[in-house]
Design a protein around this ligand. Structure first.
Ligand code: CA
Length: 609
């Protein structure tokens, strides 16, 4: 018998557990356009130690001064030919090495920085992950996390997760979507209301109740294989009040109103453009906290600014993202938003980001878009913005009677205001989202009106986004209850009697709605006129709004008819698009008809054609 002796060496002076608790970003990449890396190390009194990076391709340019000695902020330079590998970062005290941290430089996913990204060829499915499908009941309760499962509480956690999305990728694909925007999956270890995801407590970690970072990467990979891109929801404006920074911030100016009495933002977005603004009002817009549980980050602090920029780039590279949706776009320091968008664009030219700016005024929305020449000289690299102005007239335009100043004229005149935008084709358009009453609710449960709204959304300029559950006409009894708007998708939980994925228990309107959307979405995937075509619209007359999307190869005529009684639409008005007799196909009804500008088009009932 042979004996093998094991010798265990104990190095008493090296003990990471006491010293380095966090390193962010957790790893980085070679071959980036920007060869600087700012590393945040956190641990008891590590700020007074001397760092050494054991990689010959990495140089410490600077140790950035922060008053809190529990932080060490390293400004590193990575040489263009630096080897991708693991290495040590050593921290030395007077008596030698005190802490050793493994770190890794990884190969960039693609040497080419051109990435697939979303555009008007896409249709986006928006998911609130806690409420879509529970693919892994094992992660519903995580020991040590502050909020557990409570499906009886509409503001509580219901157990949906990344596995639930993975399990239903085929469903999303077959519906005809090409991209998925998921409300934030990053950790929200908050005591309550953590399910919505907008109170980050760790910028580098997926919330364990949704799964792991690896699960998120797996989701993005599987989705990509099915032709679905993942758009990550990010929040640069604020974090959660239970973020670890709150107990021990690196600097005295990490947060706005740090250590002072709660001051909320005034939400006055116009103040950022207003030539007559009182500076105090503008400051409160930017510096005020979104709500009490979401402290406002001070992006004027250059360390924090770099931290947030690197965090976004890290996720793009790590998870192979298709795009980013940036929350509360106008609330951070606006020069930072330019630095953030432009830094991402430098790393990934053309990569699309959509910003949320919830106002009804296209003049304000347009201010934030790349290419817009603003009177105050403000410039941005943001390609896309949410089209809230259109959203805010859509339901009224369809619901209201066709009288002077009401009804379809509201959509017609809102789209006319596209002269404000540098590129209206890049706007993300939506009938609703996770923050407002669902469209079927706003259309008062009228199925014909629903079909009109969806037809408009999927043929209008821009990038359509549809909230999960819209396809099965999800409703909610209290119109402005967020918890109810974001209710559980039926079929996403074991034991659900009704199943929206398989149609079990759906009523005929719900099944029709799914089929209707599936037809339009799948047709839209291949329509050049919708992807890149121009738009021309005709003034609504007698309850009928006609517009054309047209390219060199295809013309799409959209007729929105609000008349209940059959009527004949005179086609002579549209002679420029129908110069000679031609065959037309009704995409929705799968019928063909001959069209001629000397004749009429029979519209048998209210609806979209
Ligand atoms: Ca779960």
């Amino acid at each position: 018998m042979r004996y093998i002796l094991f010798f265990i060496f104990i190095l008493p002076s090296i003990c990471n557990a006491q010293h380095i608790k966090r390193v962010e970003p957790p790893h980085w990449y070679t071959g980036m356009a920007n060869n600087n890396l700012q590393l945040m190390l956190y641990g008891q009194n590590i700020g007074k130690l001397l760092p050494q990076v054991m990689h010959k391709g990495i140089k410490i340019k600077d140790i950035l001064p922060v008053p809190n000695r529990n932080y060490m902020i390293l400004d590193l330079e990575i040489s263009p030919d630096a080897e991708a590998k693991s290495f040590d970062i050593l921290l030395r005290g007077r008596k030698g090495i005190v802490a050793r941290q493994r770190y890794e430089l990884r190969e960039r996913r693609s040497k080419s920085n051109q990435r697939a990204t979303f555009s008007s060829k896409d249709a986006i499915y928006l998911i609130t992950p806690d409420r879509f499908a529970n693919g892994d009941p094992e992660n519903d309760e995580i020991k040590g996390m502050k909020e557990g499962l409570d499906r009886t509480n509409e503001g509580g956690r219901h157990g949906g997760d990344i596995q639930g999305i993975i399990d239903n990728l085929d469903y999303i694909k077959e519906m005809g979507f090409t991209a998925i925007w998921i409300n934030p999956l990053t950790e929200n270890d908050q005591s309550e209301w953590s399910y919505h995801g907008y109170a980050t407590t760790d910028y580098y970690k997926v919330d364990r109740r949704y799964g792991s970072n690896e699960d998120y990467v797996r989701l993005a990979k599987l989705a990509k294989e099915k032709g679905l891109g993942i758009i990550m929801d990010q929040i640069a404006n604020h974090c959660g009040h239970q973020h670890w920074w709150m107990k021990d911030p690196p600097t005295k100016d990490w947060f706005n109103y740090q250590g002072k009495e709660f001051t909320g933002t005034n939400h006055r977005k116009h103040s950022l453009l207003d030539p007559y603004v009182a500076p105090e009002d503008r400051e409160i817009m930017t510096h005020g906290w979104f709500v009490k549980t979401m402290p406002d980050l001070n992006q004027r602090n250059s360390i924090l600014s770099t931290y947030l920029i690197q965090n976004s780039i890290w996720w793009i590279e790590y998870a192979d993202l298709y795009g980013i949706r940036q929350d509360t776009y106008s609330y951070p320091f606006k020069e930072f938003m330019t630095a953030w968008t432009c830094a991402i664009d430098t790393e990934y030219p053309g990569f699309n980001i959509v910003g949320e700016e919830w106002v009804d005024d296209p003049g304000v929305i347009a201010y934030w878009q790349r290419g817009k020449e603003n009177p105050d000289g403000y410039t941005s690299c943001l390609k896309s913005i949410m089209d809230f102005p259109m959203n805010m007239v859509l339901a009224d335009a369809i619901n209201e009677p066709e009288v002077w100043g009401k009804g379809l004229i509201k959509l017609y005149e809102m789209i006319a205001k596209d002269y404000h935008y540098a590129d209206p084709m890049e706007l993300v358009i939506m009938a609703d989202n996770h923050d407002m009453s669902r469209i079927y609710e706003r259309l008062e449960g009228n199925f014909e009106n629903f079909k009109i709204a969806m037809s408009y959304l999927l043929t209008m300029r821009g990038i359509p986004q549809i909230y999960y559950g819209t396809e099965i006409l999800m409703e909610h009894p209290i119109s402005d209850s967020h918890g109810q708007i974001r209710s559980d998708f039926p079929g996403g939980w074991k034991g659900d009697q009704i199943n929206g994925f398989t149609n079990r228990g759906l009523n005929s309107d719900q099944k029709d709605a799914k089929g209707f959307l599936r037809t339009l979405l799948n047709w839209r995937k291949n329509s050049a006129a919708i992807h890149d075509g121009k738009l021309m619209h005709y003034e609504p007359q007698q309850g009928i709004y006609v517009y054309f999307r047209y390219s060199d190869t295809e013309t799409v005529m959209v007729v929105i008819n609000k008349n209940e009684e059959p009527l004949e639409l005179d086609l002579s008005r549209f002679e420029r698009f129908i110069p000679e007799p031609m065959m037309a196909k009704d995409i929705i009804r799968n019928t063909s008809t001959s069209m001629d500008n000397t004749t009429t088009l029979s519209l048998k009932q209210k609806g979209a054609y």
